[in-house]
Design a protein around this ligand. Sequence first.
Ligand SMILES: Nc1ncnc2c1ncn2[C@@H]1O[C@H](COP(=O)(O)OP(=O)(O)OP(=O)(O)O)[C@@H](O)[C@H]1O
Length: 269
Amino acid sequence: MKTLVHTSKDKFIVNGLSHSFHDRKEIQAVKVIDNINFSVKEHEFIAIVGPSGCGKSTLLNIMSGLMKPSEGEVQLDGENLSKISPRIGYISQSDTLLPWRTAIANVELGLELRKIDKKTRREKAMELIKQAKLSGFETSYPFQLSGGMRKRVDIIKVLALDPEIIFMDEPFAALDVFTREMLQNYILSLWEKSKRTIIFITHDLIEAITLADRVVILTKRPATIKAIHTIDLPRPRSANELRFNQQFIELHKRIWDDLKDEVEQVREL
Ligand SMILES: Nc1ncnc2c1ncn2[C@@H]1O[C@H](COP(=O)(O)OP(=O)(O)OP(=O)(O)O)[C@@H](O)[C@H]1O
């Protein structure tokens, strides 16, 4: 197994990670991840892209401490990550809002569970609602909000807990293209202001290039790293304007060449 040396700026080190799922009787095993090695720097925005079913969510679940790998390890600030950490926030594709709580009560939920007093949690939730441009909708229930608004509440619900690192697993996959662009701009401005470390899974290469500092391309299952591309587009970025930028178009073409073979092989199965 290749051993990586930890440097002070590495937030995460993924070291020789492999994972197989077994059936109940442990007779058959399906290898999903095969010897993945890479590191993530503090404040870096990493996007992970790969063909459908290659093992992206499994990798994210292991990196966030939700699952143990069959082999290898994940280090967070040089320490082996073996369980869920309060330093990590997780945003998935599905809506995690409780339908019987208002928007503000949903945002306050994690703070309530951490026994933060009512005044402090209300102030924090109000500030986050304002930043997310949701003022006026504090007392709306999830069913009274649009898909994009619900997703913003979902995001600030996680931000309320001040995680240093945020994992996002295809958070905008279920939304229409205009709402996605709006939310990409929201994530860009959030990240540019607060510089959290973000690890973002998507099957949309345009989304990955728009948001990330580096894009990790995975092969078809079992996932290995096919390539890691640095995205040196200037910031601040705007999702809608970037599409027409010549440098963006060239990057997209180059990275798509790497991804295309893997996606086509999956389509042929
Ligand atoms: N708990 C599990 N038990 C058995 N097999 C699993 C389990 N979770 C995932 N798998 C299998 O592992 C493979 C990778 O799944 P994973 O969800 O990580 O891929 P993905 O790249 O995120 O997929 P998608 O692009 O569809 O979101 C799939 O074949 C899936 O069926």
